[in-house]
Design a protein around this ligand. Structure first.
Ligand code: FES
Length: 251
């Protein structure tokens, strides 16, 4: 892991302030926390600042977030420099985060790194037309489909020099691309289809026809928000024999 520093002064904008819409949104985030705990909103506010600034966090944005949250600037700087999700220098319209951790390297990430050097230049460099930048990152948690890269908000997996080159060309040209596995694989299932439990259990007979396989887009369909709580289990009616039974539930 390299030392993470702010971009040099000549790249820093002279000012930064949230747009009216983003400021309203920021106030909504801050209101989620109890009085005196507004600093807890630092990560979502830095993320929104990064989006507003075009994919990176300038020094003035860090100072602005500190001001909005009533925090010392150094505390916000600590967060921005610790988490690699915050880019500290300008990035291209398509920012490639190439995984360079062992499983991806064993599956060919070095060849992809060479392509990044050839097509984009050295790490952190933004191409002259502003289209691409790239950086090597640690494991992004998709090792089962290694090697992989994240480009802006999407993962692209099962990369090879050929499909990675085409992917970069298609993205740059605005052509539609497929996210997720770039080979004929359903999500992270075995290549070529199921390899286990392929017959009827017990009989060994051939499998009965199955539902059509899930597509990537189905799997990414948003479900209930993580903070939605389940309904509590209804209490048993009085007199059903459960009186006096010791409950382990916390009310
Ligand atoms: S090692 Fe590359 S995603 Fe985990």
């Amino acid at each position: 892991m390299a030392v993470r520093r702010l971009a040099p002064a000549e790249q820093q904008p002279k000012a930064f302030a949230f747009t009216a819409e983003n400021l309203d949104w920021a106030k909504g985030q801050i209101a989620k926390y109890p009085d005196g705990r507004q600093a807890s909103a630092v990560i979502p506010l830095l993320w929104r600042a990064q989006e507003q600034a075009g994919g990176w966090v300038p020094q003035k944005a860090i100072e602005h977030v500190a001001e909005v949250l009533g925090m010392p600037t150094i505390r916000v700087l600590e967060v921005a420099t610790f988490y690699t999700m915050f880019n500290l220098e300008p990035v291209g319209r398509l920012h490639v985060q190439l995984c360079g951790t062992t499983p991806c390297v064993l599956r060919g990430a070095d060849a992809l790194k060479k392509i990044c050097h050839e097509k984009i230049g050295h790490e952190h460099h933004v191409t002259a037309d502003g289209t691409f930048s790239w950086v090597e990152v640690e494991c992004l948690g998709a090792c089962v489909n290694a090697p992989m890269a994240q480009i802006n908000y999407d993962y692209y997996e099962d990369l090879s020099p050929e499909n990675f080159t085409k992917l970069l060309d298609d993205l740059a040209a605005g052509r539609p691309v497929k996210t997720g596995p770039q080979i004929d694989r359903q999500l992270s299932a075995p290549v070529g289809g199921p390899t286990t439990l392929t017959g009827d259990v017990g009989t060994g007979a051939p499998a009965t026809p199955q539902e059509p396989a899930l597509a990537d887009s189905d799997a990414k369909r948003p479900g209930a928000a993580g903070n939605v709580r389940e309904e509590p289990t209804p209490k048993p009616p009085a007199g059903d024999g459960s009186r006096g039974r010791r409950s382990t539930r916390r009310e």
